[in-house]
Design a protein around this ligand. Sequence first.
Ligand SMILES: *Cc1c(COP(=O)(O)O)cnc(C)c1O
Length: 391
Amino acid sequence: MEQRKKGLNTICTHTGQLEDKEFKGAVSPLYMGTSYAFDDVDVKRYPRYFNTPNQVGLAKKIAALEHAEAALIFGSGMAAISTTLMAFLQAGDHIVLQKTLYGGTYNLVTEEFVKYGISYSFTDGLQPSDFEDKIQENTKVIFIETPSNPLLTITDLNGVAKICKKYKLVSMIDNTFASPVNQNPIDFGIDIVIHSATKYMGGHSDILAGAVASTESYMKRIFNLAKNFGGSLSDYTVWLLERSMKTMGIRVRAQNENAERMAAYLDGHKQIARVYYPGLASHPDHQLAKAQMIGFGGMMSFELSSELDSAIFQRSLKLIKSSMSLAGVESTVLSPTLTSHALLSPEERKRQGIADGLIRFSVGIEESEDLIADIEQALKKAQIVKSVSAN
Ligand SMILES: *Cc1c(COP(=O)(O)O)cnc(C)c1O
């Protein structure tokens, strides 16, 4: 009999849970052990790195959420990204990466790869043909990130997957911004899905973790490198992450709804020059987002009109906090110009479409009326102060 496929919230709540045979508790027992007898475990997999009972349980949940055969949990998103990249690249190889990338990934590639003799190209645009244009004889991997940071541009998953099949390349995606609730890239032919679990999977701005999901054979290759590199997550944090992920479905769906409301409000506001949200019909990639995303996510960016001071606006927000991170249940904002993209030259920022007044908004689960009231009062302050200083 074919097993019925479970729905999102059922997977979030139950899949991979460890059974408490002794006390019949409702939650996974936490096994803090780093030392196990060889006759109790598969001796070929040293029972400490990436394969303790809690890690194996949570990996099953993440694999199920990403429609993958297997998964691994890492100590951070960057540990997941660096290990996965290095598992498929060696001296003499070349990789094509999307031009708009998470800063840490960009730094990893541009600062470290030269030491290993790995060359790289960034695309000029985000169309599938832009990726194909950069492929060389020695290209092995294409790496994408969609929706992108901070302008929420969308890369065509099917289009990139097809190119990778044509040239026999491994396709990888950083799926952090969408979360498995809103996007399952394996369904579109992408080989390997990577997450900073620090973001939507953790969801409460208190856990640093990463995850990778793919086929059994690719995950074996990643595991073989992972145990040499280290970067395993402590069991207590694994247990906390499992706890967080039980509510990921309801959290992220609430964030989707809130973000759609906030995008509509900001889009109709005369003091907001532009809103970047893939759920808006005016977003240039809206149709593509509709085709490959389940929900449009909780991330957006907006530009204040030129008569407002964005620094004062940010400082004046009371409920919405300034934060370098994202995806928590609490709403946060940051200025890409002052933070994530501060090291780029003003010309390069302009080329990428990142205006000085751009504000990235990670929408939480608060009531949208309260978020709107907070933004309204901050907009007023940002304007009054500006007009006084202009006198
Ligand atoms: C935060 C983030 C990372 C890095 O994750 P850490 O868990 O902080 O190491 C990678 N990619 C994206 C898109 C992120 O937002």
